[in-house]
Design a protein around this ligand. Sequence first.
Ligand SMILES: NC(=O)c1ccc[n+]([C@@H]2O[C@H](COP(=O)([O-])OP(=O)(O)OC[C@H]3O[C@@H](n4cnc5c(N)ncnc54)[C@H](OP(=O)(O)O)[C@@H]3O)[C@@H](O)[C@H]2O)c1
Length: 231
Amino acid sequence: MAAFSTSSSRPYHIVIFGASGFTGQFVVEEVARTASEGPKGSLKWAVAGRNRAKLEKVVEQAAEALSASSLLQLSFLQVQYGAYVGIGGISNIFKLVFAGLMFFFLVKFSFGRNLLIKFPEFFSFSFFSKAGPTRKQMEGSSFRFIFLGEGYTEGSDPSEGKPNGKIRTLVKGPEVGYVATPIAMVQAALTMLNESDSLPNTGGVYTPGATFAKTTLIDRLNKHGIQFSVL
Ligand SMILES: NC(=O)c1ccc[n+]([C@@H]2O[C@H](COP(=O)([O-])OP(=O)(O)OC[C@H]3O[C@@H](n4cnc5c(N)ncnc54)[C@H](OP(=O)(O)O)[C@@H]3O)[C@@H](O)[C@H]2O)c1
């Protein structure tokens, strides 16, 4: 089997995200212990997390536990991930709290559970129903996801200051559950059929991003109403 080689844009074989966490410390030790089993006998690896001081401490502990001072030369990458959800205004917060509390109490009793099953519209402000949304409701719905990325531009050193690069991307499209999902599924299947040469050719489980990175899936989705753009 071919060995994976590193490059200037992908300098590491393995990056341990969350290395400063409880589990992360053991992963760091295990990778350090087995680094000689990497491609060509030398694994290129780095630890990543939000706080450089915490990462340094984990690496120091691993160096001590394994009596391997060479670990102190390891690369540190600073990474932070955050997910935010907008719920569209203060009135929705009240609705959510009210519906949440009602749900919390009703599910405790069989009488309450029966009421929820019988009248889902009433107890969810029409958010849930047995019938699913009508075509008219679907036509009136759409979705927008905004991805905000902040980090260090190519060549800049994270230890020398605050992040100096930002990117904002938007994905938007029609109703997400029953209109956009079939479009995405069908285009993914057509891409696999038409562009098998551009898919990864070794086995394993891939994320959609890795599977379709070299295909025209994004162009196809743009043409079919799910639009990707950099803002
Ligand atoms: N056998 C298993 O499969 C197994 C066993 C145990 C745990 N786990 C899983 O392993 C994961 C870690 O568990 P843990 O107990 O080690 O948790 P933990 O001690 O709380 O560690 C969490 C790690 O994630 C980092 N982190 C948290 N929020 C982040 C953010 N927004 N952006 C970037 N980094 C962030 C933390 O960095 P900071 O130091 O900066 O806070 C820390 O390094 C969990 O998903 C857990 O379910 C799996």
